[in-house]
Write a protein that binds this ligand. Structure first.
Ligand SMILES: [Zn+2]
Length: 298
């Protein structure tokens, strides 16, 4: 067992077995493979890309159930560099780069850090700036000003490079819309792990935003999310894991992985009434409009 695989097994146990394959290729629009594999670089060290066997195994396990494209998301400078390096080496992976809102709230969105995100956002395989946004749950009021300043800086970086914006919204629906309306949202703006109700979904859909649903859609107490998904047009709909977090039912509480996307896609098909294969095709089309074309893992 490699170092990272043993770290993973020690910390959380292995992800559950893969469900039945999807009938057509779909994707995971938001994953943290570095965290899944326990490869997240410590502190401010550079995350040199490593553990290729483990990464390959994760990508192959997802492709085996027709989850053939991934977006790997950074949350700080080291993981953003790692994400960009991974995407440069894997045709089926694109990268998103950013300083997470809770990092920003802790004062880590320095000029130097933002300059590095700006540099990474220019790379050809980096197709989004995110996850950025506002988190009013984990960051207390003392960090809100820094968090909003960082969010505004990330919006500008995304627009300057003509890439998508991937938003983290925790207990901050109205505040995020206000900032987006004020700055002017990028052409492609994605609400990662959409967490609002139907009314908020409507406000986002009307603005042309894309709503990405995670395993939370399958939770028993998430009727409001299913209502939100039901009123979202397929061309504004994405699916994701946010792995290793937010594992869909019936595996809630265990580590998540891209291979579990079919559980959430099936739930989306039920909720939206869009036939499963047609939905897979639609999700892929939405992803390629938002992030640009990229290779499917075969
Ligand atoms: Zn995330």
């Amino acid at each position: 067992m490699s170092r990272s695989a043993s770290a993973r097994a020690n910390r959380r146990g292995d992800p559950p077995p893969a469900p039945e394959a999807l009938p057509a290729p779909a994707l995971d629009s938001h994953t943290h493979l570095d965290i899944v594999l326990g490869e997240r670089p410590a502190g401010d060290e550079h995350g040199e890309w490593s553990a290729d066997d483990d990464v390959d195994a994760e990508i192959a396990a997802a492709a085996a159930v027709n989850v053939t494209r991934l977006v790997q998301v950074g949350v700080d400078v080291p993981s953003s560099r790692w994400s960009a390096q991974l995407a440069a080496r894997h045709g089926s992976v694109l990268a998103a780069v950013a300083l997470h809102p809770n990092e920003a709230g802790a004062g880590k969105a320095t000029d130097d850090a933002l300059a590095e995100i700006d540099r990474l956002a220019a790379l050809p395989r980096v197709r989004a700036v995110g996850e950025t946004g506002l988190d009013r749950y984990r960051t207390g009021p003392e960090g809100w000003e820094a968090q909003e300043a960082s969010f505004r800086a990330h919006i500008r970086i995304a627009k300057q490079h003509g890439v998508a914006l991937v938003i983290h919204d925790r207990d901050a629906h109205d505040e995020i819309l206000a900032v987006l309306d004020d700055e002017g949202a990028p052409e492609h703006t994605v609400f990662h792990c959409f967490s609002g109700d139907a009314a908020f979904a409507k406000a986002c859909v009307e603005r042309g935003f894309v709503l990405s649903f995670a395993g939370t859609l399958t939770f028993g107490n998430a009727g409001y999310l299913r209502e939100a998904a039901a009123m979202t047009p397929v061309d504004q709909l994405l699916v994701e894991t946010d792995a290793p977090f937010l594992t869909p039912m019936p595996h809630r509480g265990r580590p998540n992985a891209s291979r579990l996307v079919p559980l959430t896609v099936r739930a989306l098909s039920e909720v939206t009434g869009v036939e499963l294969e047609e939905l897979c095709v639609g999700l892929t089309a939405t992803a390629e409009r938002v992030f640009g074309k990229w290779e499917a893992e075969s």
